[in-house]
Design a protein around this ligand. Structure first.
Ligand code: C2E
Ligand code: MG
Ligand code: MG
Length: 266
């Protein structure tokens, strides 16, 4: 892994995040891939835990953050989400390291979102809150990833100032199979909205799931229904196509306003 970090065997792919209202791409999530010199393409499920155990996650995490910020400079207006391992977040110099990378790459902080997994074992909630605020004060957003998959969900929502909540893929995958998951999703969306958070649904694969989630009030979608994770160059071409289409479409008419004067409607 150490050698691979030096040799450039790690790279990023990006999965689009889609606005629920008009289905445009409003964000991307950076996902790490390892082309292992012997084993070939290796998924994060097989290497993130090893990177965490060996202590290499800090170096890998910094690489991911820097590369995502560099790539995102080519995508004006798009938010780039980066996964942060609990080990990285535990480091007291973490906010400083993030701000340094933003300054070096020149990406506006408001275009970066950090995803903290719900499996984060926060020992000191006050310290975690202080770190989040240090980043949020500069405009960086913080999302709670895989919401509902861990044990501390509600406690985290009560104590930590998240900007976004990502509904775990597990619940989305069960939408069509029963009313229990539908009820849970409704509850998650109302909690998120009541706390003023943006809600994204992960793992959206079918039209039925999309329809259900839209009606339930989810703000954005991520999943194979819209796109698998793709290379940075593919994100650039899709954004260009999206912009070209937006220029072709007629601008929506200004809302009809009616003035009422002494002579009636005018
Ligand atoms: P995550 O952050 O929840 O990322 C979403 C995962 O769901 C990605 O898997 C993505 O490919 C997959 N996915 C997206 N849409 C669908 C869908 O419609 N159906 C299904 N079945 N899967 C979908 P991936 O890329 O294998 O990543 C797995 C996990 O590894 C991530 O979950 C994240 O926790 C972790 N990870 C990935 N990259 C990094 C990284 O750079 N740093 C850290 N710390 N963790 C990372
Ligand atoms: Mg994530
Ligand atoms: Mg997730």
């Amino acid at each position: 892994m150490r050698r691979s970090l030096k040799n450039g065997d790690f790279r990023l792919v990006y999965q689009p995040i889609i606005d629920a209202r008009d289905e445009t791409m409003v964000g991307v999530e950076a996902l790490c891939r390892w082309r292992h010199p012997v084993r070939g393409e290796t998924p994060p499920s097989a290497f993130i835990a090893i990177a965490e155990e060996s202590g290499l996650i800090e170096q890998l995490g910094l690489f991911v953050l820097r590369q995502a910020c560099l790539d995102a400079r080519n995508w004006p207006g798009v938010i780039v989400s980066v996964n942060v391992s609990p080990r990285q977040f535990e480091d007291e110099r973490f906010p400083e390291a993030v701000l340094k990378i933003l300054a070096e790459t020149g990406l506006e902080p408001s275009r970066l979102e950090l995803e903290l997994t719900e499996n984060l074992a926060v020992v000191d909630l006050d310290l975690a809150r202080a770190k989040m605020l240090a980043l949020q004060n500069h405009g960086v957003r913080v999302a709670l990833d895989d919401f509902g998959s861990g044990h501390s969900s509600l406690n985290y929502l009560l104590s930590l100032p998240f900007d976004k909540l990502k509904v775990d893929r597990f619940f989305v995958s069960k939408i069509e199979s029963g009313s229990a998951s539908a009820a849970i999703i409704h509850a998650i969306v109302s909690i998120g909205r009541a706390l003023g958070m943006h809600v994204t649904a992960e793992g959206v694969e079918t039209a039925e799931q999309q329809q259900f989630l839209r009606v339930a009030g989810v703000h954005s979608f991520q999943g194979f229904r819209f796109s698998r994770p793709v290379d940075a160059s593919e994100i650039s071409s899709r954004l260009q196509a999206q912009q070209a289409l937006a220029q072709l479409l007629p601008t929506p008419p200004a809302p009809l306003t009616m003035a009422v004067d002494a002579h009636g409607l005018s």
